[in-house]
Design a protein around this ligand. Structure first.
Ligand SMILES: Cc1ncc(COP(=O)(O)O)c(C=O)c1O
Length: 366
């Protein structure tokens, strides 16, 4: 068969082991997943109430335009409905953007380390991937600019960045955007934006009005706690949305997904309370790292990446045996580190206590 050459040797995205499998594997009653940056507090109680009472007709296709959710998002952000695109998670939007703008002969610029789906999708389309090393854990926007040439089609800025959790300053971002050539599409992936707590952080929404070559990506999977429903969205000028929309699958958000996202969006109190709890949790990890002299990246998200001074895969395995699923730094491109989703206060305390045991066993702590 005439498979795309790029697919040979390519692996599917490797998600962590499911909770039930880990329970069975290690004979555990409880397993806590702190691997995929989901919300440990779940979603708005209003979503739960709605789901208990809902009686949709499941035989009918969803509204392909997600009109009701679209109107809510447009009102929430004070943007036009035609300035929005809905995705089956922002993963879907990354794939749509890639399919629309990347092909053999062009290149795409991104940070290293950053979110794997940028290069995974670019590889499938046969575009050249240009990875620009982070500078002290943060996007090196000057070096990314220098990597752009007349064959560059898309540049990805993951802000805050996964897996380091760091943000670029508004000053740096603003200077970068003025210098990116107008025919290069800028993706500002803000999957974790609701968690940002840096006092110097400035809202980025206005950038899409100033730059016709920019899209902002956001998601209901993280702070909104709706990862299983798969809803992400992009905000860009209407001309950009009109170009991307034909690439989108016709019914890419289910009936229920549209409904729960709309309900969750209205409950900003829940988001604020999760952000607060996340700050408390983050402090638990930071205190642990400082007490033990372990490097960590200053996180503006609901996860933190820090040094373990041991083989990341071993720490990952040992924590899994003890009932915690995390991400090994080796899998994310930084051996000797782990990435942990910030859980509830109790989960974090238990995790850190067990991690202390593991790192003592590994000879890291005396
Ligand atoms: C930076 C970033 N972008 C996008 C996504 C995709 O999220 P979703 O497809 O659930 O919206 C993730 C998920 O981990 C992420 O970390």
């Amino acid at each position: 068969m005439k498979w795309k050459q790029q697919l040979f040797g390519m692996k599917a995205y490797q998600p962590g082991k499911p909770i039930e499998e880990v329970k069975k594997l290690f004979g555990l009653d409880e397993v806590i997943k702190l691997a995929s940056n989901e919300n440990p507090f779940g979603s708005s109680p209003k979503v739960r109430q709605f789901l208990q009472a809902q009686q949709s007709n499941h035989a009918i296709y969803p509204d392909g335009y997600a009109q009701s959710l679209r109107t809510s998002l447009a009102n929430f952000y004070c943007v036009e409905e035609k300035e929005l695109i809905l995705g089956n998670g922002s993963d879907d939007l990354i794939a749509i953007i890639t399919r629309a703008l990347l092909y053999p002969g062009v290149n795409t610029v991104m940070a290293d380390l950053s979110f794997s789906q940028y290069w995974h999708n670019a590889d499938i389309e046969g575009a050249e991937v240009r990875k620009v090393p982070l500078k002290e854990g943060v996007h090196d926007l000057d070096a990314m600019l220098a990597a752009i040439d007349d064959k560059t089609s898309v540049v990805w800025v993951c802000n805050p960045n996964n897996p380091t959790g760091t943000i670029v300053t508004d000053e740096a971002l603003s200077a970068f955007l003025t210098k990116v050539p107008k025919d290069v599409f800028v993706v500002l992936d803000e999957a974790y934006i609701e968690y940002v707590n840096d006092k110097t952080y400035k809202d980025t929404l206005h950038y899409f009005r100033e730059y016709p070559n920019l899209i902002l990506l956001r998601t209901f999977s993280k702070a909104y706690g709706l990862a299983s429903f798969r809803v992400g969205y992009g905000i860009a000028q209407a001309e950009v949305i009109a170009k991307l929309d034909p690439v989108r699958a016709p019914f890419n958000n289910t009936v229920l997904s549209q409904q729960v996202a709309q309900i969750a969006l209205q409950d900003q109190e829940f988001i604020a309370s999760c952000r607060e709890a996340n700050e408390i949790g983050k402090k638990q990890y930071v205190a642990f790292c400082e007490r033990h002299g372990l490097n960590y990246f200053p996180s503006q998200t609901n996860f933190i990446m820090f040094e373990v001074k041991a083989d990341s895969n071993v720490v990952f395995e040992e924590m899994m045996k003890r009932g915690f699923i995390i991400r090994s730094g080796a899998a994310l491109g930084l051996e000797g580190y782990i990435r942990v989703t910030i859980g509830t206060e109790a989960q974090n305390a238990k995790f850190l206590q067990l991690l202390e045991d593991v790192l003592t066993e590994q000879g890291v702590f005396a």
